[in-house]
Design a protein around this ligand. Structure first.
Ligand code: AMP
Ligand code: MG
Length: 360
């Protein structure tokens, strides 16, 4: 690995390390850093060559725009044409935090950063290391998730090192992230504002501030003619190498169908695993079961989901049968990622939906 890995503590960030990391970005280099959602891969958002480097390092399709990260509310104005009052209200409530907002871009934002679009996505993260780095790097840091495109997003510095260690200059390591799923994206170029990617901040949270807020109809993947508005949401994503099937339905029926499917796959010689919540783990063969977290504490499932999806690759896995984690607050965001990781293979436990959708 050629990237320098530096341990850093969010409660007392090493100012010298932050200064050096900022200089790397200002000089056109790339630094991976922790945010409250996932690890990001940072480059100067106003430098077209830095954005090109980010795409190359990740193997990211060039039409998939980058989010510009700021660490000062005053830095939003120069990036955008106008800020609707509803966006100001949302920023007052949720920034700094896991919220990204999309606006018409100003001329200072290069098309290399926005994937050719006339709009720009902006986020103000709350994690102190991220904020300090953004300030040290001049205030505008383009930062997609610091993973190889298509793989699960990184929630530890080790995940970043595995994917990008040879392609970037530095990794700031502040241990595992807190939230574990990427930010909620809200598009303010349409009225009412529209959620392009569900995240930790739920539709209910947004509606409390905005009144009306819609959900991108392209997100469900139900109608192949309706594409998601965020270019990144159309790609297969978050995916382990194994073929994953999600089984939804009543608890007992799910447990029994997963057990039957897993036994059958095992009998066929496939390396088989089960992804289950803590509450149900005892009902599956322990040697097959990977625990995603607790349904009663749904934030644990969000936090560990990507780590578990990566674990399947490390263990060597051919097929995965997963429970559906449609929990009350974070279920929409968790299932959005899980269904994509499964390439939309979702079946019903009672067998009523035997047509396994495969849209990969
Ligand atoms: P990542 O940073 O890897 O979590 O991905 C960023 C997500 O934001 C991708 O799904 C992008 O397609 C989406 N995104 C970024 N900028 C825009 C934009 N201007 N319009 C729509 N979606 C965007
Ligand atoms: Mg990503």
């Amino acid at each position: 690995m050629s990237a320098e890995l530096i341990k850093i503590d969010k409660n007392d960030p090493d100012q010298e390390a932050i200064r050096r990391a900022g200089e790397i970005i200002l000089a056109g280099g790339l630094v991976a850093f922790p945010t409250e959602t996932v690890y990001g891969l940072g480059g100067n958002a106003l430098d077209p060559h830095a954005s090109e480097k980010i795409y190359a390092a990740k193997g990211r399709p060039s039409d998939n725009p980058l989010i510009v990260h700021i660490a000062d509310l005053a830095h939003l104005t120069p990036l955008v044409r106008e800020i609707p009052p509803s966006a100001t209200a949302l920023s007052e409530r949720f920034w700094p935090g896991p919220l990204t907002m999309i606006f018409e871009k100003s001329p200072i934002v290069p098309y290399e950063t926005t994937g050719g679009l006339d709009t720009v996505a902006v986020r103000f993260p709350s994690e102190p290391v991220a904020a300090a780095l953004i300030r040290a790097a001049g205030g505008y840091v383009a930062a997609p998730s610091a993973n190889t495109s298509g793989r699960p997003s990184p929630t530890t510095a080790q995940h970043v090192a595995e994917d990008l260690g040879d392609a970037i200059d530095m990794i700031l390591d502040d241990g595992p992230v807190g939230i574990g799923l990427e930010s909620t994206i809200v598009d303010f170029t349409q009225d009412p504002p529209c959620v392009l990617r569900p995240g930790y901040i739920s539709l209910t949270d947004l509606e409390e501030v905005l009144g009306l807020c819609s959900m991108d109809p392209g997100l469900t993947g139900e109608n192949a003619q309706v594409h998601p508005k965020a270019p990144g949401m159309k790609y297969r994503h978050y995916a382990p190498k194994a073929l994953m099937t999600i089984v939804e339905g009543d608890r007992d029926a799910v447990i029994s169908r997963i057990n039957r499917l897993a036994a059958q796959a095992k009998a066929e010689g496939k390396r088989t695993r089960i992804l289950a919540c803590e509450e149900n783990a005892g009902f599956y063969p322990p040697e097959l079961c990977v625990c995603a977290g607790s349904r009663a504490r749904e934030e644990t499932i969000a936090r560990h989901l990507y780590e578990k999806l990566r674990e399947f690759d490390e263990l060597g896995t051919d097929v995965i049968f997963s429970e559906a984690f449609d929990t009350p607050r974070l279920g929409t965001a968790i299932m959005n990622r899980l269904v994509k990781a499964a390439g939309h293979r979702v079946i019903h436990a009672d067998g009523s939906d035997m047509a396994e959708k495969d849209t990969v």
